[in-house]
Design a protein around this ligand. Structure first.
Ligand code: DQQ
Length: 538
């Protein structure tokens, strides 16, 4: 049945059972990585929200600890919702989280380690001066949450941003300041306002270096030229969007770079699939910024109850600013490669129209595949006959599935596929040419044939991949882990996470294929596929 253990993951973070959602307060503290997460200790559906807690030495293998925060006081009686950690001078970690108070309102609270010399930071105490922020006049007290990691300005004041909704149902990333981390005052002007969503959740705000992949801490970036990323979870459609811009610290203002219309449909997304409530942290040891995110189930709540679990975290990704300065690039953390077992390689294989090659010899439900395609005749790309907006990729993927022949593509992978393709998830590219001579690469992850189980959410996801077609090459990396598939197009410029429950997986006999359904030949320059070991997770 759908309750089969075979849908549990091998290298994606999950608690042993029950419901999880947002990653909370990820940090590296004294050489140990901490991950907290929204957790229902009693059931596989959302509710009774606490902060689950696990620790790791490598971000891949995890040890579960006791629940770190649970409802206990008037200021969090109805739930300990999302929040962040900040490491204060003197190496003191502190949690800032949203409590649902006795009246059902959102308030912001603080929690401190009970014993700072406990290497695992097992117990947290909530000081009696909580809450430290309540919704201001003019704001909806039930839509005010998810304080970000704090940063310190040159004036010594700490700052955090909190998502809020005003009485006109417009979202704001509010800015709060404090000198002592106890008394917080709201800056009159928000860090950012938008008409494009009612509420914004899990706002993340951080600097990225203009050159190279090196990550930056949240406070002061004077020594490096930096831009800033403002990430917002758009409540109206539960997608995470981000803007890149400049942060004027003296004015406490974030100015998005491209003069965007105030329309989230034109904003970039970390991931065009099942991915929400993401949060980054700075790994000061390895000098990188790491992204976590929740990947929701795509089955029904009643299935989840039968399964006894719901939700998982993506494999953490390193995030940096693309050379073009206009978007982020994401790549699974290096440590994931420690799980790579036996490898299968393909080289210089031509795939003409209708060509299919099986990748044999690695466990098809637990694999990491990296490949590079060469497209000798990319100039023969189909002419795009309409103007696509960033947001139209999903619709384009819906219209053109992997069997609809084009010129350059569709080509890519069929994963978690039964041998007659009755079930499969297709991850593929299709290249178009605009009237002005630009190339547009569409990347799709199509789940519509992923399972024979009824009542699943089986969309086709899509994003455009900003690659320079003049080299005639495009890369794809796909992580397959039982019920989750993460794909990285164009070296991590476009990412799509999918949740699938192939019914025939339970009977065995699952395959992986590379295919081309375009009229022009594409070449597999190189393909490496690894079977993955099972990580020790909780
Ligand atoms: N999940 C939390 C909220 C947050 C939402 C509650 C986003 O704090 O806004 O579980 O998924």
């Amino acid at each position: 049945s759908i309750a089969s253990k075979q849908y549990r993951t091998a290298f994606h973070f999950q608690p042993p059972q029950n419901w999880i959602n947002d990653p909370n307060g990820p940090m590296l503290y004294n050489g140990i990585y901490h991950l907290f997460y929204q957790y229902n200790p009693f059931s596989a559906k959302w509710g009774n929200i606490t902060w689950g807690h696990s620790i790791s030495g490598d971000l891949i293998n995890w040890t579960p600890l006791d629940i770190a925060l649970r409802p206990s006081d008037p200021f969090d009686l109805h739930g300990c919702w999302s929040g962040s950690t900040t490491i204060l001078p003197g190496n003191k970690p502190i949690i800032l989280y949203t409590g649902i108070n006795e009246a059902g309102y959102n308030v912001q609270n603080i929690a401190l380690p009970k014993n700072i010399s406990d290497p695992f930071l097992l117990e947290w105490v909530k000081p009696p001066y909580n809450p430290v922020m309540i919704a201001a006049d003019g704001f909806n007290a039930t839509q005010f949450r998810d304080p970000s990691t704090c940063w310190q300005g040159k004036d010594g004041f700490w700052r955090t941003t909190v998502g809020a909704e005003d009485f006109e149902m417009k979202a704001k990333a509010l800015l709060y300041k404090s000198e002592d981390f106890m008394r917080w005052t709201r800056a009159e002007r928000p860090l950012f306002s938008t008409n494009s969503s009612s509420m914004i959740e899990c706002v993340d705000f951080f600097p990225v270096s203009v050159k190279g992949k090196r990550g930056l801490g949240s406070s002061s970036t004077d020594s490096v030229e930096a831009k800033y990323v403002l990430k917002m979870g758009v409540f109206d459609n539960t997608h995470d969007y981000y803007l890149i811009g400049r942060y004027m610290e003296e004015l406490d203002e974030f100015i998005p770079e491209n003069a965007f219309e105030d329309d989230h449909r034109l904003w970039a997304r970390y991931d065009y699939g099942s991915f929400y409530a993401s949060k980054t942290f700075f790994d000061a040891e390895k000098k990188r910024r790491i992204l976590w995110a929740w990947s929701n189930e795509s089955d029904t709540i009643s299935d989840d109850i039968v399964k006894g679990w719901a939700g998982l975290q993506i494999v953490p990704r390193t995030v940096w600013l693309d050379d073009n300065g206009k978007q982020l690039v994401q790549w699974p953390i290096r440590e994931l490669e420690s799980l790579r077992l036996k490898k299968v390689e393909l080289k210089h294989i031509e795939l003409s129209e209708g060509g299919v090659v099986e990748i044999k010899g690695v466990k098809a439900s637990q694999a990491d595949i990296e490949m590079e395609f060469e497209i000798p005749e990319f100039r023969k790309a189909e002419l795009m006959n309409h103007e696509w907006k960033l947001d139209d990729a999903q619709m384009a993927c819906h219209q053109m599935d992997a069997s609809i022949r084009g010129s350059i593509g569709p080509f890519g992978l069929l994963v978690l596929a039964s041998h007659n393709l009755e079930e499969h998830t297709a991850i593929f590219f299709r290249v178009f040419r605009s009237r002005t001579g630009d190339y547009i690469v569409l990347m799709c992850s199509d789940q519509r044939k992923s399972s024979l189980w009824p009542e699943l959410y089986k969309p086709a996801f899509g994003g455009f991949v900003p690659v320079d077609m003049k080299e005639g090459r495009i890369s794809l990396r796909t992580l397959i882990d039982h019920s989750v598939i993460e794909s990285f197009g164009g070296g991590g410029r476009t990412c799509i996470t999918a949740r699938v429950y192939p019914k025939l997986l339970l009977a065995g006999g699952i395959h992986t294929y590379v295919f081309n359904n375009g009229s022009e030949t594409v070449k597999i320059r190189k393909l490496q596929a690894w079977e993955m070991a099972k990580a020790r997770i909780n």
